[in-house]
Design a binder for this molecule. Structure first.
Ligand code: AMP
Length: 192
């Protein structure tokens, strides 16, 4: 089983690259952001709870997010492996994911961290906001808050994987295929 954490700030290209990785490596894509948006759209209790955090660019509390992620993994016993996109976003979440996967007899194999500078992120997110319909992509102050939250609460989770020798930094600037090839090379190399 191959489990990959695709890590990086908002706008780094995690969603786009996940789609390409799913097609190439036959993994199941789990994006916590997508799952929250699905719940918001369908006005579930989870969606109502998550909305206030997401609209302001803050993190949904760990307990809620971890429980949701675990339930999603449980729904796919047939999966050959998972791409975790946008999860973990705190060290707490990373620890919980490790414990959970261990209880299933598996683990995170690789953590791939897309690196993109802040000006480029803001440019990409504002552009995406024009047609994504995402409120959190349309307001520059919310975008800046998401990047601040990433720097203050999420970036540190990379250390957890670095300590395990699983962290790989990937240049996230360039065209989509170039970036994909960088990711693919690391996965192929590390899977040998
Ligand atoms: P994303 O689509 O990954 O950019 O996520 C959109 C928003 O969903 C984030 O700004 C957070 O408010 C929330 N979110 C997504 N994943 C997580 C997570 N792992 N922990 C907490 N909040 C999350």
């Amino acid at each position: 089983m191959l489990n990959i954490v695709l890590f990086g700030p908002p706008g780094a290209g995690k969603g786009t690259q996940s789609q390409m990785l799913v097609d190439t490596f036959s993994l199941h894509h789990l994006s916590t952001g997508d799952i929250f948006r699905f719940n918001i759209k369908h006005e579930t209790e989870l969606g109502k709870l998550a909305k206030s955090y997401i609209d302001q660019g803050n993190l949904v509390p760990d307990e809620v997010t971890i429980n949701m992620l675990q339930a999603e993994v449980e729904k796919h016993p047939e999966a050959k492996g998972f791409i975790f996109d946008g999860f973990p976003r705190t060290t707490n979440q990373a620890v919980a994911l490790d414990r959970f996967l261990e209880s299933k007899g598996t683990s995170v194999g690789l953590m791939l961290a897309l690196q993109v500078d802040e000006d480029e992120l803001i440019k990409r997110l504002l552009l995406r906001g024009k047609d994504s319909g995402r409120a959190d992509d349309s307001d520059e102050s919310v975008i800046r808050n998401r990047i601040r939250v990433y720097n203050e609460q999420t970036a540190v989770a990379a250390d957890f994987y670095a300590e395990q020798g699983k962290f790989h930094a990937i240049n996230g600037v360039g065209n989509i295929d170039e970036i994909f090839n960088r990711l693919r090379s690391v996965i192929v190399e590390q899977s040998k």
